[in-house]
Design a protein around this ligand. Structure first.
Ligand code: ZN
Length: 300
């Protein structure tokens, strides 16, 4: 299934050829295949190798059920999930309002999924545009919220400098044309516009604990494995300066639980809660230990 075409040996971030294989990771969710993760000796960027081409990667997104159906705690987990989602929606909308300094404005949510976040912003009076590749998710967003997410290819219909804020919640790590998309966001944002990016953090407590079984490597769907340094560098290369870095406490619990499953642990839920808590405590002193981070960029 894998293609050698994208077996990149040049760092996609800085162009260095000082690239070595850091580890091998398994695709635990869909294919069971193994993919290498490369590391750049110059800038420290990590990225997945042997990534299937764009026309084949869809096969690796078959399983949407990251929460196992056979899990007897499904009821509890689902309740927690919905509670966390509503807390996160509140937090995300507060961040947009706080960092743009606007009560109402124009927002682009890239990789919107089923549309909960743009729906919340719409309710707050914002003009929202959303981009989503999954047809199923676009239909959900329309039927439930009346939103009409567009395809990435339709982004040209947006005017330059027409947005106050662009958000990507756990999306950038899936996008193949990393530099192209960052340039696009720069063009779409007005001067001093905000770019808000949430991604897993490979320098986190849980990444260190679980090594190549860390669930947020999620190969081959996650192409890029950012650290605070490499994401700040990427932003800088495309005309953005990093103004703030915010921890995401809940992700660590979920990622730890999934990583425990990957290791074949007998009590993934309990252990996930325990090590999620350990990671959260660790991130209180050092944000770069947080499982995921929200990066707030401002257009220079
Ligand atoms: Zn590099």
């Amino acid at each position: 299934m894998s293609s050698d075409k994208n077996n990149i040996k040049v760092c996609p971030l800085c162009g260095s050829r000082l690239v070595t294989e850091e580890m091998k990771c398994k695709d635990y969710f869909v294919s069971g295949e193994t993919f290498p993760i490369y590391s750049c000796g110059e800038c420290g960027f990590r990225f997945t190798g042997n990534v299937p081409s764009e026309d084949k990667i869809g096969q690796y997104y078959q399983s949407n059920s990251y929460i196992s159906h056979s899990d007897t705690r499904k009821g509890i987990i689902n309740k927690i999930y919905h509670w966390v989602r509503s807390l996160m929606l509140k937090e995300k909308s507060s961040l947009v309002i706080h960092f743009t300094g606007l009560k109402k404005g124009n927002l682009l949510d890239y990789g919107t999924g089923t549309g909960y976040f743009p729906n919340r912003m719409k309710k707050k009076g914002w003009n929202v545009e959303a981009i989503e590749v999954s047809e199923e998710a676009r239909t959900f967003a329309f039927e439930h919220f009346g939103l009409k997410p567009k395809l990435p290819s339709e982004m040209d219909s947006f005017g330059e400098k027409s947005f106050d804020c662009v958000t990507l919640w756990h999306v950038l790590e899936h996008i193949q044309d990393l530099h192209g998309i960052m340039d696009k966001f720069n063009a779409l944002l007005r001067e001093q516009g905000m770019l808000i990016i949430a991604v897993p953090n490979r320098t986190s407590y849980d990444a260190g604990r679980y090594g190549n079984m860390w669930a947020a490597y999620d190969v081959p769907r996650h192409l890029w494995h950012f650290s605070p340094v490499t994401l700040a560098n990427l932003g800088n290369m495309h005309g953005f300066s990093l103004v703030e870095m915010i921890t995401m406490p809940f992700d660590g619990f979920y990622i730890s639980m999934m990583s425990e499953k990957n290791r074949g642990s007998r009590f993934p839920f309990l252990k996930g809660m325990f090590y999620g808590a350990a990671g959260w405590l660790s991130s209180l002193g050092k944000r770069e230990r947080s499982s995921s981070l929200i990066y707030i960029f401002k257009k220079k």
